[in-house]
Ligand binder design. Sequence first.
Ligand code: A3P
Length: 304
Amino acid sequence: PKEKGLVGSHSYNYQGFWGSPRIIQGVIACQKQFQAQDSDIILITTPKSGTTWLKALVFAIVNRNRFPLSGQNHPLLVKNPHALVPFLELKLYVDGQVPDFSSFTTPRLLATHLPYASLPKSVQISKSKLIYLCRNPRDTFISMWHFTNKLRSHYKDANSIEEMFDLFCKGVSLFGPFWDHVLDYWKKSLEKPNRVLFLMYEEIKEKPEIQLKCLAEFLECPFSEEEERSGVVNEILKLCSFENLSNLEVNKNEKWPTGEDHKLFFRRGEVGDWKNYFTSEMTEKLDNIIEQKFLGSGLSFYYS
Ligand code: A3P
């Protein structure tokens, strides 16, 4: 199946999810080539759910002894989080090949937007840890609308909010349908709580310390009493905050080898921006779909 383009000229359905030909090419390469290790930590999201933030937080937690948080040369101060925690399937770095992970230290920190069923087989059968971050569908949609239109600027035809919203409601969004993506990982996190941690963007915003401790425990590197006393949790939160990251030179003014600006990944970083765009009809239509899709799942979203 083929639909109007979200990032390229058309979107295609592959294994039940949507992407551009370039994305699908990367997915096929990673499904064929990627070999998971039991020690891998894999961060998973639908696009625009807060991937960049999650990458920064997990990188800072896992490497806190290797790279002191107060150091002037912390990698997060000089590199974009996506350069530190690469996607398995997206060639933001070099076109035409799966990133080379051979120089990575253990545990390897990696990321993907793939739905559970399309993860490379080696990931599914390994004991790697999967961290899933989800965001309410209204803010995810608005963030995606802005992002894809910026990417589409070289096609010189922005998608209107109405047409992208209709596509989103039909399930046509990058790596979507949104609900299938979220629900599959939600169910896995209930089945295998030691393997899959399910987090929500709004909960990290609301109670960052609790969520960070939960992340560190899941990764089997909990904060010691001494670390808690000395304020390590807050140092990580400050280092990875939207204010800090979005104002760094590397994130403000640098680009990927493929030409996209690093600043594309930082827009507002808030909960509730949907209120500036959604009509009451849009809210009602999406709510009806979400209610029906998530019925009986035990999962609900926070919108403000
Ligand atoms: P908005 O467009 O709503 O501002 P992703 O990283 O998955 O591409 O998601 C991008 C969204 O996360 C954008 O949302 C972006 O502003 C927000 N974001 C990026 N860094 C963040 C941070 N450190 N804290 C909170 N939100 C952040």
